[in-house]
Write a protein that binds this ligand. Structure first.
Ligand code: NOJ
Length: 744
């Protein structure tokens, strides 16, 4: 009887399976998988950079031992290798061709931090689309970006590659890039999963300690947003988090990514991050590293060779199951099918798309919107039509075709760059002004002061000085961390010498991170923070300086006054002893005073907690007045509508970034003093008024709670039913009166 039940259950099961409509993509994957040998499966999990690997790539590809290649340049070479995979390997599985396409392909856009400063997701999405059109026309299928690591520490060189310090802004930007790339058939790879930016001391690859609730509140949402936007892949990070490197982190890679988030994105290691488990001190040797990585479902091994060298052995020894390998290969094949590589493996060698007129217009717009006007005593925009003027263009970044491109520009072509000097010379041909040029310093770290004297001589002949200072490209990006955030070389001395001429000095900072420019900014007549603007940095900056464009960039990250303040970010906790103003600073402490006489509050003896420039800050050539925000209800059950009127009270038409912030007054855990919950970039003609509207959902106010009981920990997401306040503001400071509301 028992036997009969078992058989009929089995038959029902078989019938059910036969009747369940199969996803055709999954059917194709299963069909191909069933034909693959174990060597071919492991081969798919191997990502090879032929420029590094000694082994002849051709042979490996023909044997089906490579699933993806990266850093192969040129459509012809890509097609040559692809032909070997498609026409000469046993199963003809095409290669995935990857590349670090980070902020443009040949045409370089502002660095991602600069793109964050635009607060314009539509622009960033369009830039990503155009980038993908270029990159795919050169044979690239897969971009290793966006980087959505939320960064609080400008010492960390990779702050240049992300969208700043805020989880919400980063989520919006990351999702925009994913949509942009993938709408043009280039897969995005959201990275680095996870916690990479929290490296101790801002030193790259360093250890991170991140409590689960903080990880979920701040660092994970941008990954989730990118995956929700359809990101086809995700990359492990290099760091160990709470003692466990990501490539071996089952909790991240399986519990979270697969089980909780239901993502089927391909998980690729970072460069050798699997074999790094040995120097990390986690794995005994590379074979052990391979075992730990496959057990944590790291699916593709970027340039680490641990899977090609050890997976078969581990399988033969019974330490892993073939089904574990199959799971990984499915993800890889799925991405190849989704990209249409089986139907269309080759790239048209005769049709590279670059520098199209539309792209140039978007690049210029991106430069204009990424620059932040931090100070202006009225010197900007230059009024060049009134009387004949002489402008001195100077500084080590004024005419640096390569340096203005920034980090990660493997395919960028400096010969196409337009520098600020070139742009001003061009404008001078039709304008009523004369351009003098004297760099003063020949590169950003230059300490040779002889050139400064030459610049000063020229400065004396000028009406206004444009000082292009900052950092060369090599000073930011991967492994380019700084312990000192001042302008490098003799740039501060040069600033002083220029200011001493009595002429107005406009500082234009081209850098990969916020620098501690407080002392120089104080002396400057205006400060325009431009980051590394890319191919057309000169054009966009000249447009801003001459008033053809109006600045609208806002800081995507807090600018510290001094390096000792970092990490410094706007959505911090208040502490039980908030800093009161003005605290007693080091030089005002009476000699010999008793211990408690200078108070017990949270600040540094050299500076209060205020930054140099707060998050969300940026000036314009016009002024905006914010009305009092209105809310649809004072009790929030599901959602409320927040509206606010903004008037352009100046004389220039301009864009403004209106920002919605909330603050939870008390609750189950301490919450930040303010949190960004929405933003809108709107165009307001001079003298006009516009209304911005935001919908604030209850879940937007939720956060991760943690309870520890009997040594067991439980985390959950919820909104506390308590009192909140909100304000709509031009930056993260409480510039308008907060409105109170309650969550039910
Ligand atoms: C290491 C970097 O961390 C990662 O972001 C990059 O995509 C890979 N190398 C490939 O170059």
């Amino acid at each position: 009887m028992k036997h009969r039940i078992a058989i009929s259950t089995l038959m029902v099961g078989v019938l059910f399976l036969a009747c369940t409509p199969k996803n055709p993509e999954e059917e194709k994957i299963e069909n191909l998988l069933s034909q693959m040998t174990i060597e071919e499966k492991i081969g798919q999990m191997n990502q090879l950079d032929p420029s590094w690997d000694a082994e002849p790539k051709e042979q490996l590809i023909k044997e089906g031992k490579v699933g993806s290649i990266f850093n192969v340049v040129g459509a012809k070479e890509i097609n040559r290798l692809q032909r070997m995979a498609v026409e000469e390997s046993r199963l003809g599985i095409p290669l995935l061709v990857a590349r670090d396409v980070i902020h443009g392909y040949e045409t370089i856009y502002p660095i991602p931090l600069g793109q964050g400063a635009t607060w314009n997701t539509a622009l960033v999405e369009r830039a990503a689309q155009l980038t993908a059109q270029e990159a795919t026309s050169f044979g690239i299928h897969w971009a290793f970006s966006p980087m959505v690591d939320v960064a609080h520490d400008p010492r960390w060189g990779r702050v240049a590659e992300g969208y700043g310090e805020d989880s919400y802004l980063t989520s919006r930007m990351g999702a925009a890039v994913v949509r942009g790339y993938q709408s043009e058939g280039m897969a995005a790879c959201v990275k680095h999963f996870a916690g990479y930016s929290v490296s101790e001391g801002g030193r790259d690859y360093n250890t991170t300690w991140i409590p689960e609730v903080q990880l979920r509140d701040i660092y994970l949402p941008p990954f989730k947003a990118a995956l929700d936007a359809g990101a086809m892949s995700i990359m492990c990070s290099f760091n160990d988090m709470n003692g466990l490197p990501s490539s071996a982190n089952h909790h991240l890679n399986v519990d979270l990514l697969r089980t909780e988030w239901h993502s089927d994105a391909l998980l690729v290691s970072d460069w050798g991050s699997g074999s790094d488990l040995v120097p990390h001190g986690l794995a005994a040797n590379k074979k052990d590293a391979a075992l730990r990585c496959i057990n944590a479902r790291m699916e593709m091994d970027m340039q680490g060779n641990i899977y090609t060298d050890y997976l078969k052995e581990l399988l033969d020894e019974g330490k892993i199951k073939e089904s574990q390998i199959d799971e990984c290969v499915r993800s890889i094949l799925r991405m190849k099918f989704r990209l249409g590589l089986f139907e269309n493996p080759y790239v048209d060698e005769e049709n590279p798309k670059k520098y199209t007129p539309e792209e140039i217009a978007i690049v210029d717009q991106a430069v204009e919107e990424s620059a932040i006007l931090l100070k202006n005593d009225g010197v900007l925009p230059l009024t060049l039509d009134k009387k004949q003027q002489t402008i001195l263009v100077c500084g080590p970044m004024a005419d640096q075709k390569k340096e203005q491109l920034g980090t990660w520009v493997f395919d960028g072509k400096p010969e196409y760059s337009v520098t600020p000097l070139m742009a001003f010379n061009e404008l001078a041909q039709s304008g009523n002004f004369k351009v003098l040029y004297e760099p003063g310093l020949s590169f950003s770290r230059d300490k040779n002061s002889k050139g400064i004297n030459k610049a000063v001589t020229q400065a004396k002949k000028a009406d206004v000085i444009l000082y292009f200072c900052g950092e060369e490209a090599i000073l930011s990006g991967e492994a380019r961390c700084r312990a000192n955030l001042n302008l490098p070389g003799a740039q501060c001395e040069m600033m002083d010498a220029l200011v001493a001429t009595g002429k107005p000095v406009v500082m234009i900072v081209m850098a990969g991170r916020p620098l501690t420019i407080g002392a120089q900014a104080e002396k400057a007549a205006a400060v325009l923070y431009a980051f590394h603007g890319g191919t057309r940095a000169g054009v966009g900056l000249a447009n801003l300086i001459t008033g053809k464009a109006v600045p609208s960039g806002k800081t995507p990250i807090t600018f510290p006054k001094m390096v000792g303040q970092v990490p410094l970010y706007y959505n911090r906790h208040n502490t039980g002893r908030p800093s009161y103003a003005p605290p007693m600073l080091i030089d005002s402490i009476p000699i010999g005073c008793p211990q408690f006489s200078i108070g017990q509050s949270s600040y540094w003896l050299e500076t209060p907690t205020e930054p140099l420039y707060p998050f969300g800050f940026g000036l314009s050539y016009t002024t905006f007045e914010y009305g009092e925000p209105q809310i649809s209800q004072t009790e929030l059950a599901d959602s409320i509508i927040v509206s606010c009127e903004i008037t352009n009270t100046g004389s220039k038409d301009a864009f403004e970034v209106a920002q919605l912030y909330t603050h939870q007054l008390y609750g189950d855990l301490v919450r930040p003093i303010c949190e960004l919950k929405g933003f809108q970039k709107i165009f307001i003609p001079a003298g006009e008024k516009k209304e911005v509207q935001f919908t604030l959902h209850k879940s937007d106010l939720g956060y991760w709670h943690e309870q520890k009981h009997n040594c067991e920990s439980r985390v959950w997401f919820a909104t506390d039913p308590v009192d909140f306040e909100l304000w709509v503001s031009p930056d993260s400071r409480r510039l308008t009166k907060p409105i109170a509301f309650k969550v039910k």
